[in-house]
Write a protein that binds this ligand. Sequence first.
Ligand code: IPM
Ligand code: MG
Length: 385
Amino acid sequence: MDRTEYIENAAKHFKELLSQQLDRQERMEKASPAKDFSKMDKIVVGVAGGDGIGPIIMAQARRVLEKLLAEELASGRIELRDIHGLTIENRLAQGCAVPPEVLEQIKACDVFLKGPTTTPKGGTLESANVTLRRELDLFANVRPVQIPEEGIDWMFFRENTEGEYALGSRGIEVPGKLSVDFKVTTDAGTRRIARAAFDYARANGKTKVAIVTKANIMKKTDGMFSRICQEVAAEYPEISADEWYIDIMTANLVNKEVRNKFQVFLLPNLYGDIITDEAAQLQGGVGTAGSANMGAGYAMFEAIHGSAPRKIEKGEGDYANPSSILKAAELLLRHIAMADKADKLSAAMEDCAREGRVVITGHKDGATCREFTDYLLEKLWFRQI
Ligand code: IPM
Ligand code: MG
């Protein structure tokens, strides 16, 4: 292809992208209503282990859920349903991030507990997370991080369907010369994540929301994000909306003098991705943080970390930390109106951390995932008598 052909193809490609994104913006304006789980006769919880350490940590999370929900599982009010085929082998064989029959199984559930899934570097296979967030329109990535000894109780509201993620596999390349990626921010997409963050702040007595962008550089996309967040903030006069740039915010999080002043964070997708790993590490490691992906009608819960293929290669898979997927399970229980069970799980996890009799290091010098879960189940049992 010569230069003119590259430019013409790229222009055609860009036209298509813009038209698809405008359609998406219009669809967003007609959101589906939220479910009231407390009134539902039956709740179907989909469960998929995923890849790498995923099936190992998920097997343990399932044991914990089976214990906590024993009554509801026996009565049929809750069903834990295995989702088949969300594996890298099947996804590669079908050349599809989430094959249609797998997506159908997931959609047939009310909520979904998902193990980490591998995304090959390069190639064209999109991340399963990104596909699921888009297909199920899970626009809010909600990630709690707590450091009790410092009085830190952070809640991150990461926009989950836009930014670089929406178009990250739709870039343009002139081989050997240049590559271009795209980033998109929409009005409706920003408004709904901003509402979610401010509603959370209001409902939980928080007084501050930090809006984090790089609007001085990404003037169109982050500029719009920041402006719309401020418009939404005006509807919550009791909450202060402070503007920060992502670079200084990453510094703030490692600054013990200031970090306990932050409460709620509201960020576009990629900055939210990066800073929540930093925050999780401060809490005790990425293996310790859970993540909720919320839409209007559906929600998916997952560990914040990936499938850790290196851990499997080193033969350390059985030593993986199940805490992150257990935190995700806790968020799931809270979401389906079972806060009492969520509280029990979180209290038992705190008991384990405080007492520290069985410690997971992620390596062979620590406890295995199963040993840690045995310990947690013992603590749960003590809390039930
Ligand atoms: C996360 C992960 C995902 C992301 C990956 C696995 C695609 O890092 O949930 O934070 O980038 O969003
Ligand atoms: Mg991430």
